[in-house]
Write a protein that binds this ligand. Structure first.
Ligand SMILES: *Cc1c(COP(=O)(O)O)cnc(C)c1O
Length: 239
């Protein structure tokens, strides 16, 4: 299936989920997760108007990054906006900051300090999502919900980081409806932090929802959804 055909199908699902939950379509931003696909396919996605691209490892993303955003791509208006969505090791921060605009996986103080240091060197302020492990699954990265407010206070002096929202991954469920409790809990945490925590005022966004569960995530308030398989496909599909 072509990317444009996929985009049309996804778009009608997004619109329907917004409609069902009384939300405006422009409250929901789409990140095309290109980690499963080739450079060619990534170029096609960007060329089709998918401006926001997500990758979870710099090593795997670098060929795409240099092809689409490297120095020879002089036209500033013609570059993607890159989102780093994978777990980030502090020693990889130097590769990522300055190349990826948004970080969705801030989950510990040492990482915040590393991001801040690198961003300050480059004269940048990096918008970050704090990754929360809502479901409590061992295998999931992210901080415990009750640690988010104290963490915001701890990083409040790191002025090259701008915390803008919360991110979570729901466990894979055969019934997407079963993810609703996770997304609802993240929204409630956001609301609570925003109104009740002295450092929570900027915590506005919710990065949640993937191919399997984005419709539920939208109904529960997602403002950024991260779509790989359903939107750009998986490499196996192309062969
Ligand atoms: C891979 C990945 C996605 C996209 O997954 P799909 O199920 O293919 O949509 C979204 N978010 C994160 C953090 C990922 O690692």
């Amino acid at each position: 299936m072509s990317i444009e055909e996929r985009m049309r199908q996804v778009e009608s699902k997004i619109a329907a989920a917004c409609e069902r939950s009384g939300r405006r379509r422009d409250e929901v931003h789409v990140i095309a997760v290109t980690k499963y696909v080739s450079l060619e396919r990534t170029k096609e996605a960007f060329g089709s108007g998918l401006i926001h691209l997500g990758e979870n490892r710099f090593q795997d993303a670098q060929e795409k990054w240099f092809a689409l955003s490297g120095d020879e791509q002089a036209d500033e208006a013609g570059k993607p906006v890159w989102h780093f969505i994978g777990s980030l090791q502090s020693n990889k921060v130097k590769d990522v900051i300055g190349r990826f605009t948004y970080i969705h996986s801030l989950d510990r103080l040492s990482l915040a300090e590393a991001i801040h240091k690198r961003a300050a060197q480059l004269g940048l302020v990096v918008p970050c999502f704090i990754q929360v492990n809502v479901s409590g699954e061992e295998s999931k990265h992210g901080m415990n919900p009750e640690d988010v407010a104290p963490f915001l206070e701890q990083i409040s002096g790191l002025n090259s980081i701008k915390p803008i929202g919360l991110m979570t991954m729901a466990p894979y469920e055969a019934e997407p409806e079963d993810t609703r409790v996770v997304f609802r809990a993240l929204r409630e945490l956001r609301d609570q932090i925003r109104s009740g925590s002295p450092y929570g005022g900027q915590i506005e966004h919710l990065s949640m929802g993937m191919s399997n569960d984005f419709e539920v995530a939208i109904e529960e308030g997602a403002t950024w959804i991260r779509l790989g398989t359903i939107l750009v496909g998986k490499e196996e599909d192309e062969q």
